[in-house]
Design a protein around this ligand. Structure first.
Ligand code: MBD
Ligand code: FE
Length: 283
């Protein structure tokens, strides 16, 4: 008999191809003019030419690059590669003018349509879900300070071993994922567990680059959110934990000081709790 797979049997190629399939389900249409496409593509290509000249890149290195790019696609790791090394600058440009909450990158593991939960809820989790209990509570408001009734907080995060449901085997479909509908005062309170830091898979193309360059592969522990309310801009963010490993050297460069939580002991004596309010910009 073959052994039941567990989350620790996750492979780069399996999580990569799941992320690729998920991304392909998303409608994408940039409406970019021919002139702008030409400008952007020309400048990216010329930036590569410039690196080759400045560093006297050899044919062996060019072939290694070609083989690596092919492997990124074969492993389905384009979402992972782009979201780890590129997305933070796109987010910086997109959200530079926000007056409300700082956002940060979405990353490759968001799944739309997580179960809807009431304002005071427990995230879907296993009966014996490992990890420190965490009550994450707060309020969603406008930049004018108005509580936003009916706001929703979509939340997703890794478990105590650093794996995401739907991207590692053996986890319930919606484990540690939910869509919390806030109350009439825009408040929410979510019982979950503290996630572990996330390590980029070592057995795929991205891991190969990290090893070849002598980098580390870690993101700090984080909770992803998408916060929305009628008439307001969607906020995509992540929350980190003060003093957590790799908060200061996130490989994805997605930490901002405004997004760091400072949990204290839980009022009920079980684990930790933290209050964090979201402020949404008008549309
Ligand atoms: C993650 O969990 C993540 O949030 C990002 C941005 C990249 C890789 C894994
Ligand atoms: Fe993540």
């Amino acid at each position: 008999m073959t052994r039941q797979l567990t989350e620790q049997d996750a492979t780069a190629a399996a999580s990569g191809s799941a992320a690729t399939r998920r991304f392909q389900e998303k409608a994408t249409a940039a409406n970019t003019s021919e002139e702008r496409v030409s400008t952007l593509a020309t400048e990216v290509i010329e930036a590569v030419h410039d690196v080759i000249r400045r560093h006297q890149v050899t044919y062996a290195e060019y072939d290694a690059l070609k083989a690596w790019l092919i492997q990124v696609g074969q492993d389905g790791e384009w979402p992972l590669f782009l979201d780890v090394w590129i997305e933070h600058v796109v987010e910086e440009v997109a959200n530079a003018d926000r007056k409300g909450n700082k956002g940060t990158i979405e990353g490759p593991y968001y799944v739309p349509g997580a179960p809807r939960l009431p304002a005071r809820a427990t995230l879907p989790m296993r009966d014996d879900e490992p990890g420190t209990p965490l009550l994450f509570q707060g309020q969603v408001r406008s930049v004018a300070g108005q509580p936003l009734a009916g706001a929703t907080v979509e939340i997703w995060h890794a478990d105590d071993l650093g794996y995401y449901s739907q991207y590692a085997p053996g986890l319930p479909e919606w484990n540690l994922r939910g869509t919390v509908v806030c109350d009439a005062e825009g408040r929410f309170g979510i019982d979950t567990i503290r996630p572990a830091p996330y390590e980029i898979p070592k057995d795929g193309a991205c891991g190969k680059l990290i090893a070849a360059a002598g980098w580390h592969a870690w993101r700090p522990a984080h909770i992803h959110v998408k916060v929305s309310a009628p008439g307001h801009q969607l906020l995509t963010a992540q929350l980190y934990f003060e003093g957590g490993e790799h908060v200061e050297d996130d490989i994805a460069q997605a930490v901002k000081p405004e997004l760091v939580l400072r949990p204290g002991p839980a009022a009920d004596g079980r684990g930790e709790q933290v209050t964090y309010d979201f402020v949404l910009d008008p549309e």
